[in-house]
Design a protein around this ligand. Structure first.
Ligand code: FAD
Ligand code: PYC
Length: 413
């Protein structure tokens, strides 16, 4: 229980939630400049000061804090990945998430639901079994279950064999959870600011000053800011920032859309995912169904939403939950997903000294917010990339050491 929340329940007039201090004056230079005020940038700022005592830090965002993919995702948190590298990494993040309301003294509405990934083909059953075995080997709670057990866990699912893609089995992952995504950004922002980090919104990085192979300054719409280190954590804009730094990323930016229904009486405890039907859905505390599907099939730097997405997602939703036919979609939106070829992130050092990267988050990076923040801060604080980040180095694309996670993506492609 976050202490602040308890206090606000017991003491009349007690302040609730994070209040950000007014933006301080922009300094000429900082020890560390973080480009991107999404969850990843803000978490890194928090752990830099909390774990390493580095407080001369600025977070710059061209828009508002949490206004990128952090405020646009479907907030699914899980560690049931396919590769040992991925499982270890996301498991650390789930553990950090479990204690985050207390750590940030702010209720992020963390809600452990259980996560069901449906398999409709023999190939999918094989991949789910594979994931279950890797997960169990690393101490992560996952198992392959079959229609009887699926029906007990989620009686609302259409388990008929007389449909286009009958459900053959599922990967069940008990620790699967959701959280209030904005609260994660606000909680990290407030705690970082309280410890002296400068948060500058409406501050766009337009260029980078590099000399002698090392980052010296970031150039912004508000002028030049010198820095000892810079970290780019800009998700959909990752390739644009890397181009300013003079290197290329194996990333395509594509839109990913989502929507919510009107509020319904609670009926869905679990998070349900079908990669084959391109559906993931959970029910929020407000009763809305939070739903998403596959990425748009073309590269685009745009966050517009389309009728085509809504129509195809609803068709697939109704295959799984036919009784929802009369339910209305309340609102729809999109984010920009920075997709890598192996569906794993790009973390750590870059060809430019003291210029660090946190990118390649595609459709899967919200759940990694705490572990990225903590371990990227450690990399900057110690000058050494921690072991849990090492497999995700940019250099893996030169060395043919990919971390193939496509089989663990919730989103069909
Ligand atoms: P963002 O939150 O995008 O922050 C980057 C920030 O950088 C932005 O605020 C932007 O304004 C700023 N910026 C960009 N360029 C500049 C510049 N030049 N100067 C200054 N600032 C700049 N992941 C999951 O784990 N589970 C899910 O269920 C899930 N569902 C998703 C559903 C949708 C519809 C989408 C779009 C994504 C989903 N994701 C999910 C992915 C997840 O949202 C992202 O991977 C994650 O939020 C990335 O966080 P971030 O902090 O790196 O980036
Ligand atoms: O990574 O679990 C995930 C996810 C779900 C929806 C989008 N991404």
């Amino acid at each position: 229980m976050p202490f602040g929340l308890l206090l606000s329940g017991l003491v009349n007039g007690a302040r609730v939630g994070p209040v950000l201090p007014p933006a301080p004056d922009l300094k000429d230079a900082y020890d560390v400049v973080i480009i991107g005020g999404g969850g990843h940038g803000l978490a890194t700022a928090y752990y830099l000061v909390h774990d390493w005592g580095i407080s001369n830090v600025a977070v710059l965002d061209k828009g508002y804090l949490g206004g990128g993919n952090t405020g646009r995702n479907t907030a699914i948190i899980r560690s049931n990945y396919l590769t040992p590298e991925g499982v270890r990494f996301y498991d650390e993040s789930v553990r950090l998430f479990q204690g985050l309301s207390n750590e940030l003294d702010f209720n992020i509405l963390y809600s452990e639901r259980g996560h069901l990934t449906l398999a409709h083909t023999d190939a999918a059953v094989r991949t789910m079994r594979w994931r279950a075995e890797v997960n169990k080997h690393l101490g992560v709670d996952s198992e392959l279950i079959f229609p009887d057990e699926i029906g007990r866990l989620c009686p609302e699912l259409n388990l008929s064999e007389d449909v286009r893609y009958p459900i053959l089995a599922a990967l069940y992952h008990g620790p699967g959870a959701i959280a209030r995504h904005d609260a994660v950004a606000w909680g990290y922002a407030a705690q970082a600011a309280r410890r002296g980090v400068h948060l500058h919104q409406l501050t766009e990085v337009t260029g980078l000053e590099i000399a002698g192979g090392r980052i010296r300054a970031v150039l912004t719409n508000r002028g030049r800011i010198g820095c000892g280190h810079a970290i780019q954590a800009v998700a959909g804009s990752s390739s644009l920032l890397a181009a300013m730094a003079g290197f290329r990323l194996p990333i395509r930016t594509v839109p990913l859309q989502a929507c919510v229904s009107q509020p319904l009486k609670p009926f869905l405890d679990l998070i349900v995912v079908s990669g084959s039907l391109h559906v993931y859905v959970s029910q929020s505390d407000r009763g809305e169904l939070v739903m998403g599907g596959s990425t748009d099939p073309y590269a685009l730097y745009s966050s517009r939403s389309t009728l085509d997405f809504k129509e195809s997602l609803m068709a697939h939703m109704l295959e799984l939950f036919p009784f929802l036919a009369e339910v209305k979609v309340l609102r729809q939106w999109a984010g920009m997903a920075d997709m890598t070829p192996d569906f794993a992130p790009i973390l750590g050092a870059t060809p430019v000294a003291n210029y660090w990267i946190d990118a390649g988050w595609g459709t899967w990076g919200f759940k990694a917010t705490p572990v990225c923040g903590k371990r990227m801060a450690e990399a900057v604080g110690t000058g050494k990339v921690p072991g849990v980040l090492a497999p995700f180095a940019l250099a893996r694309f030169d060395d043919f050491r990919l971390v193939g996670e496509k089989g663990a993506a919730s989103v069909g492609h």
